[in-house]
Design a binder for this molecule. Structure first.
Ligand SMILES: Cc1cc2nc3c(=O)[nH]c(=O)nc-3n(C[C@H](O)[C@H](O)[C@H](O)COP(=O)(O)OP(=O)(O)OC[C@H]3O[C@@H](n4cnc5c(N)ncnc54)[C@H](O)[C@@H]3O)c2cc1C
Length: 367
């Protein structure tokens, strides 16, 4: 689209998670008139770490924000998969993207603060919970719980796994329980009993349990994530520390001791959900992005990265296409085949035997 057309384009983004904030940055660089509406009154993410892949870092470099992200993260050369008792199974470098070879390990809250911190002043409006979206064909109207109504030429639904935009316009399918729980905490490196050795991600796998040890050495901390098969699909399940310790029986003693020392009140406990692929992500004036479009299980560590790459592809499509409808079709054609496949392989976290232990005779979680 022409620079003058982009400058006149009013874009409303719903949700200021990684996807919404990244889209705000990428789309504002086109010169468009962008506003982000977030339901929360304060921007904050739970205490845990994630890895930003070389492809995401390459996007940040294009957007001129690489240094802002690198300043609050550590560069990792490789990841390693080990048995529960610490014997190596495989070790590999991260998939490269152009010049970028490292994955950057970052605390979730540092990441969202860094992204929001690079947005132009006044672009983010907190305290705006979307209640209704009306698609008018050549634009859309958003109605918020605080009584505000907004007209936009393009609406980006970046409102997460339970997306209101998706439910009202594209698909009424509900999130799907993955048959597992994730227990996540950040601990001091000194209290991690030697699990922090360098800047590389390690995953220890036992029967029905995976432990992700993700060092955040720039903070002198370790992000400690225990993912276990469990049939209780309550979003925030009631699990005790002893329940978790039972799943770690026979694990490397550094892992067991770290888990024993956790302050349970600070552990984030969540049942894991994803969504089935959504057939259509866009109309001529509304489009889905990030978890709203393709929430996936975390076994491949690709949810946040996919949201960043969506934002990059959406901006590129608007730059290259002749109109908004053409851009949205291009964006879906570029991104959906990739995320459909990631959704599929991210469901393959467990062996048939492990699933049969926890779900005897059931097909449910055997994805
Ligand atoms: C246990 C676990 C571990 C993970 N590990 C990794 C990892 O290592 N690497 C990785 O890449 N990904 C990982 N992920 C996935 C990653 O966290 C998500 O894919 C990512 O946060 C999606 O970003 P998003 O912006 O699309 O959605 P969200 O982060 O869900 O953000 C949506 C935003 O929209 C707002 N919102 C929702 N509804 C409304 C409304 N009606 N009105 C206004 N605002 C609204 C919400 O408040 C929120 O701020 C993990 C996920 C889990 C659960």
């Amino acid at each position: 689209m022409k620079t003058s057309e982009l400058a006149n384009l009013r874009i409303a983004i719903v949700g200021a998670g990684y996807g919404g904030a990244a889209a705000a940055k990428a789309l504002s660089l086109l010169g468009a008139d962008v506003t982000v509406y977030e339901q929360a009154t304060e921007i904050r993410e739970v205490g845990a770490g994630i890895g930003l892949r070389p492809s995401s870092m390459a996007a940040f470099r294009r957007w001129g924000i690489f240094e802002a992200i690198a300043a609050v993260s550590s560069a990792s050369d490789y990841f390693e998969i080990l048995t529960a008792t610490g014997e190596p199974i495989m070790k590999d470098t991260w998939p490269e993207s152009g010049e970028e070879k490292n994955t950057y390990l970052i605390h979730r809250n540092d990441f969202i603060q860094a992204l929001v911190g690079v947005l132009p002043e006044g672009m983010l409006r907190v305290g705006h919970k979307l209640e209704a979206v009306t698609d008018r064909g050549d634009g859309a109207t958003l109605t918020f719980a605080n009584g505000t109504t907004v007209e936009a030429d393009l609406v980006v639904g970046a409102d997460g796994i339970k997306s209101t935009v998706r439910r009202q316009l594209f698909s009424d399918q509900q999130p799907v329980f993955a048959g597992e729980h994730a227990y996540r905490a950040v601990v001091d490196a000194d209290a991690a009993h030697g699990l922090v050795m360098d800047d590389n991600l390690r995953m220890y796998i036992g029967r029905g349990t995976k432990v992700y040890a993700l060092p955040l050495r720039h903070r002198n901390q370790l992000s400690f994530d225990v993912t276990v098969l469990n049939p209780d699909g309550t979003w925030t399940p009631n699990v005790s520390q002893d329940d978790m310790l039972a799943t770690l029986e026979g694990f490397d003693e550094r892992i067991v001791k770290t888990a024993q020392d956790l302050d349970w009140s600070k552990v984030s406990i969540r049942a894991v959900y994803d969504i089935d692929p959504v057939d259509t992500w866009h109309s001529d004036a509304v489009v889905l992005l990030g978890d709203a479009a393709h929430s996936m299980c975390h076994h491949q560590g690709q949810g946040a990265n996919s949201a960043i790459l969506d934002a990059d592809a959406l901006a590129e499509s608007l730059r290259e296409a002749d109109s908004v409808p053409e851009a949205l079709a291009r964006y879906q054609a570029t991104r959906k085949p990739v995320t459909d496949e990631l959704q599929r392989i991210s469901r393959q976290g467990w062996t048939e035997d492990e699933l049969n232990d926890v779900f005897p005779g059931q097909k449910t979680a055997a994805k």
